[in-house]
Design a protein around this ligand. Structure first.
Ligand code: NAD
Length: 355
């Protein structure tokens, strides 16, 4: 573990777990172009140089290791936490108990630390948590097609360990925000010191598409994989059918929305969980667009029955109207604009500079 650059004083901090992943990378780079004196980032793996430069301190730490988290956070007054560390959907189906350990027990650690710090300093600690469309679950493809767009609290019967973990963590967040230790003696006598110490905010992401990074371990990865493979001049075997449709958005839109939710006045938030997404193309529609930009793209559809079943249990589209009403969420791109204005210019530049 690296020594804190800030010494023993308790410095105000924005704490990020899973900071070395795709979302963490985007989040840290969008915070500012300069080193932020308050970003404390952790992951199991070393962050890249660019991300490290923007943080006050970075640490290697397992989110399941409460002692390690306590040692790090004893040096900081945590104001805000972005809890990104997770085992994603595909990986979780190979090691469900490990996924549960990381995704659920890791989240309990974070919520408990937030509650302790909130009580200690007498001000709420904001915990921003990314959930996923994996929290949904349709019993059949016919039902998914019939329903179309879904609000946050319907059809939540996940069929994956990852989806179960995410849905349960959303509920845990609500519990820590509203009901934590509700019968404890320090709650029933006089002032309730536990109420409101955790300000939990959850954004339910669709599949995310980044021009900078290629995802690993997710079941919505077929779209970003398809685009990056074409840009590298490689063949791509898509693991779902052409007519498979789920919601997506670009990584910068997801990061902007996450920061927008984090900054929203608490009293204006009517829900704990908010859907966000920008477009809902079929895999075939994405492939067609990829071929317009990369005419030599070699994309075939060879569905993997079991991964297909997981994607078929996720909704076609998300109703994001509550996010729009409560904190002004608005998608920036259509699929076509995302290609033209963000993905193609950035991806082309990235692979040209590596050539
Ligand atoms: N990328 C997407 O399409 C997507 C969609 C929906 C939700 N999300 C959620 O967003 C968050 C970030 O996802 P991402 O795309 O950056 O994933 P990622 O796999 O790129 O990053 C996750 C990071 O968590 C770290 N990690 C895993 N186990 C850990 C542990 N025990 N302790 C500490 N760190 C650990 C990994 O090393 C990795 O750097 C996750 O919670 C994920 O569930 C992502």
């Amino acid at each position: 573990m690296e020594q804190s650059a800030l010494g023993e004083r308790r410095q105000p901090a924005v704490f990020i777990t899973g900071a070395g992943g795709e979302v963490g990378h985007g989040l840290i780079s969008s915070f500012s172009d300069e080193r932020r004196p308050d970003i404390v980032a952790t992951d199991l793996r070393e962050l890249d140089h660019k991300s490290r430069e923007k943080c006050a301190a970075t640490y290697l730490a397992d989110v399941c290791d409460r002692d390690a988290l306590d040692r790090i956070l004893s040096m900081y007054q945590v104001k805000e936490m972005f809890h990104l560390a997770a085992v994603l959907s595909t990986r979780a189906e190979f090691a469900p108990e490990i996924a549960h350990q990381v995704n659920v027990n890791g989240t309990v650690n974070i919520l408990q630390i937030a509650a302790e710090q909130g009580r200690m300093y007498g001000e709420p600690v904001k915990v921003v948590f990314p959930s996923s469309i994996a929290a949904y679950g349709f019993g059949s493809l016919a039902q998914k097609k019939e329903v179309g767009s879904v609000t946050e609290y319907e059809h939540c019967k996940p069929s994956t360990m990852y989806g179960c973990n995410k849905l349960y963590c959303e509920h845990l967040g609500r519990y820590y925000a509203h009901s934590y230790r509700q019968l404890a003696t320090d709650s029933v006598q006089g002032e309730d010191k536990n109420r409101g110490v955790v300000d939990f905010r959850c954004v339910r992401y669709p599949g995310l598409i980044s021009a900078e990074t290629v995802p690993t371990g997710g079941t919505s990865d077929f779209v970003p994989e398809m685009i990056h493979a074409a840009a590298r001049g490689e063949k791509y075997k898509c693991f779902v059918r052409e007519d498979t449709r789920i919601p997506f958005m670009t990584m910068p839109e997801a990061i902007d929305a996450t920061l927008q939710l984090a900054a929203a006045p608490r009293e204006e938030l009517t829900q704990i969980v908010y859907n966000i997404s920008s477009f809902s193309p079929s895999a075939g529609e994405v492939a067609e667009l990829v071929k317009q930009y990369f005419p030599k793209a070699n994309i075939s559809f060879e569905p993997d029955e079991r991964r297909q079943a997981i994607v078929d249990s996720w909704p076609e589209a998300l109703d994001c109207s509550v996010a729009t009403n409560d904190w002004g969420f608005a998608p920036k791109y259509t699929l076509e604009q995302a290609f033209e204005e963000y993905l193609i210019p950035r991806i082309t530049k990235q692979y040209e500079s590596k050539a």
